[in-house]
Design a protein around this ligand. Structure first.
Ligand SMILES: CCCCCCCCCC(=O)SCCNC(=O)CCNC(=O)[C@H](O)C(C)(C)COP(=O)(O)OP(=O)(O)OC[C@H]1O[C@@H](n2cnc3c(N)ncnc32)[C@H](O)[C@@H]1OP(=O)(O)O
Length: 162
């Protein structure tokens, strides 16, 4: 199945974490598994994503949780409403992000993020994410995502569900 991010229209695809039009970005790709109600993102940090040598920088991990959560929100909301992302490319921004670093995350192996929507209500989705390195849970995140409309970010415009 196509990654959630690839449904975003070009004007919403410049995000540093997940925009397919950002050549310098992380360009993460999140896959939604409707039968499990879970999302997955895989990402292998580069050697320069270092904190303490041998371990991944926490800010990068927060970025991965952040953008994984926005995509999870879009997919979960689409499923809850019976919409296809193809016809309805929903886009969410992060209102709140909490990241718990449970253990140091080793630098080298591919990381796996697994997300679930804990709440889908109106234009708000609450997403829980677990990040694993070689099967070990090292980071847990919780994010509140709010759906935006086409006018988001333009001066004088109010955020709106779209
Ligand atoms: C155009 C770009 C598109 C691409 C974006 C890529 C996303 C990648 C991830 C990011 O980095 S996003 C960038 C960082 N985030 C922002 O810049 C968002 C800045 N904040 C805003 O624009 C507004 O505050 C926001 C759209 C998030 C919410 O404004 P609203 O006026 O739409 O929210 P509203 O007050 O109606 O609240 C809607 C629900 O969200 C809840 N909520 C809002 N802010 C919250 C908060 N901070 N913490 C917890 N919950 C929050 C609020 O309680 C409510 O819940 P209930 O429906 O249950 O009552």
């Amino acid at each position: 199945m196509k990654a959630v991010q690839l449904y975003y229209p070009p004007e919403w695809a410049h995000c540093y974490g997940c925009g397919y039009l950002n050549a310098q970005g992380l360009r993460i790709e999140t896959h939604w598994h409707p039968e499990r109600g879970e999302s997955e993102t895989r990402f292998t940090p580069k050697p320069y994503h270092t904190a303490i040598p041998g371990f991944v920088y926490g800010g990068l991990l927060a970025s991965l949780v952040d953008c994984h959560s926005t995509a999870t929100a879009a997919a979960a909301k689409a499923q809850a409403e019976g919409l296809s992302l193809e016809a309805h490319p929903l886009r969410f921004v992060t209102a709140s992000l909490k990241v718990d670093y449970l253990k140091p995350t080793p630098l080298g192996p591919e990381l796996l993020l697994v997300g679930r929507a804990r709440e889908v209500k109106g234009k708000k989705v609450v997403v829980e994410t677990e990040l694993f390195a070689e099967g070990v849970l090292t980071v847990r995140g919780e994010a509140v995502l709010v759906q935006i409309g086409e006018g988001f970010g333009r001066s004088g415009s109010a955020p709106g569900g779209g």
